[in-house]
Design a protein around this ligand. Structure first.
Ligand code: FAD
Length: 473
């Protein structure tokens, strides 16, 4: 059966009025339990606020667990140099020394994942990325939230927002509609749902045609024979560039009629487990995550692609003969949706020029990384070696909204800038900053736009965030 198409006519009915159960009143409500939501919840709770985290699924982690997006990208100035032919490794190995530019809750999560056997330490040999186990991440992140005293409501889908005396967010739950009242709300939904419900200004996609980066359904292959694979790429060095390649095999399978891949190569990553890889090779273009019909088509198409790619690996790629797919993302991975317009709009130029801002609340060194919204190919533009850029507090403050902050991939930036700060370490860092800012605003009962950046920076430094030479800006 094909996916249901969006109706051509906009016929509607009025939804019967209903009552919502008042579940709680809190200082800070964080909606969305992905990397930014984890950062925001921990940042706000450690700054002394009562915090409730509401999440649509029954576990935290967002794209890292829901969509199996692995690994955590580099939090260092030197990122993986992927375009070096003939590397035997599933990770490249030729980097200069990198400086870590993100710490705080991200660093704590990474260290605790390593302690729990759920991550490989970031080293120069792996380009500072952090391969992790998503199940151990779910557990480790939950422990951190628990210790910080964050209260959680799972299986709660936010569907509306109202600002009366205090902001109210409405959720669909199995108990029927539920409302949580809060002094301040941090929108960590990735898609910017809450800010959009509240009437925020936002943009979607690139300027030329509004298209966003494609979606990708990740999957995990186990039973992988790493030595056999490495032996193959040793013999065919031109076929593997660190984490992607196999062009000839892809072409052969395509000519054999076994593969219709919307990208030209296979992209896959090591995990902490010797006999496992995570595969990022499916691609669905022209679909928006804020449209139920597009999202359905994306899930539908990517499911067929996952099947094809996993069969291709088993049939064509040495080392995968006895492997099998053990898991695919509960939900397709969404790279890009709404970008909420804030008091400042970060640009690609700011990133490439490694710009610094006096109201810095997070730093990042990842390149511009735009997967072609229309088909094959990926555009990468790097920062100068050893450099990082600042993310200003103003990017977390939606224009004209006083009680909602944004964090993660929906913060204020252009399509180009978004392709860099969307990575999970940066999302955790902007989350932590938004949580801290919300907690301070709740304490002072102040409009978010009038919070002094210095207060946020001082609390972030107390929470061991890395803001570089913040007071020299
Ligand atoms: C295919 C792909 C590959 C990527 N590769 C990497 C990589 O290798 N390394 C890296 O670091 N980053 C990578 N990224 C980017 C990164 O995963 C995301 O940008 C990042 O997870 C964004 O974090 P977030 O917290 O803003 O949003 P998300 O991770 O999307 O989390 C949002 C959370 O909010 C919840 N939610 C959404 N709407 C609602 C609602 N209405 N009500 C309640 N809950 C809601 C969701 O269930 C989810 O838990 C990749 C992304 C994709 C899609």
């Amino acid at each position: 059966m094909p996916p249901l198409k969006e109706p051509e006519k906009n016929h509607t009915v009025t939804v019967p009025p209903s009552k919502a159960l008042i579940a709680a009143e809190t200082d800070v409500l964080v909606v969305g339990g992905g990397p930014s939501g984890l950062g925001a919840s921990l940042g706000a709770a450690r700054a002394g606020a009562r915090v409730i985290l509401a999440e649509r699924y029954g576990f935290v982690g967002g794209a890292s667990t829901v969509a199996l997006v692995m690994p955590l990208m580099s939090a260092h100035t030197q990122e993986p140099v992927l375009r070096k032919p003939g590397k035997e490794y599933l990770f490249p190995t030729d980097h200069g020394d990198g400086k870590r530019v993100i710490a705080g809750v991200l660093l704590e999560l990474v260290n605790r994942l390593i302690e729990n056997g759920g991550a490989t330490p970031p080293t120069i040999d792996t380009g500072y990325v952090v391969p992790f186990d998503p199940e151990i991440l779910k557990y480790t992140a939950l422990c951190m939230l628990d210790e910080a005293g964050v209260e959680i409501l799972f299986h709660a889908y936010a569907f509306n927002y109202r600002n009366t005396d205090s902001p109210e967010v409405f959720f669909h739950t199995k108990s029927g509609p539920v409302v949580i009242k809060a002094k301040f709300v941090v929108d960590c939904t990735g898609d910017g749902d809450i800010a959009a419900y509240a009437g925020a200004k936002y943009e979607i996609g690139r300027d030329s045609d509004g298209l966003t980066q494609p979606m990708t359904k990740y999957f995990r292959m186990v039973g992988f024979n790493r030595p056999a694979f490495l032996e193959y790429i040793k013999k065919h060095p031109e076929q593997w560039y660190g984490v992607f390649g196999l062009w000839d095999l892809v072409e052969k399978a395509t000519n054999d009629g076994k593969l219709k891949l919307p990208r030209e190569d296979i992209l896959m990553f090591s995990t902490p487990h010797e006999h496992e890889v995570s595969v990022n090779s499916t691609r669905v273009s022209n679909a928006l995550s804020t449209n139920a019909f597009d999202l359905t088509r994306a899930e539908y198409e990517s499911r067929f692609q996952v099947h094809e790619v996993s069969e291709f690996l088993k049939l064509y790629v040495p080392g995968f003969e006895d492997s099998y797919m053990i898991q695919s993302g509960t939900q397709i991975g969404i790279r890009e949706a709404r970008r909420i317009t804030g008091d400042y709009v970060l640009t690609g130029q700011d990133i490439i020029e490694a710009r610094k801002f006096s109201d810095v609340i997070a730093r990042c060194a990842y390149s511009l990384d735009i997967h072609n919204p229309k088909g094959k190919g990926t555009r990468i533009e790097r920062l100068p070696p050893g450099e990082s850029y600042d993310i200003p507090l103003r990017c977390l403050l939606p224009l004209n909204l006083k009680r909602i902050l944004i964090a993660g991939r929906c913060i204020s930036g252009t399509h180009e800038a978004h392709s860099s700060y969307r990575i999970m370490p940066a999302a955790m860092a902007t989350g932590q900053a938004a949580g801290v800012c919300a907690a301070i605003a709740a304490r002072e009962f102040s409009d978010i736009h009038s919070i002094r950046p210095l207060l946020v920076q001082n609390e972030l430094l107390r929470q061991e965030a890395d803001l570089g030479d913040v007071f020299q800006r």
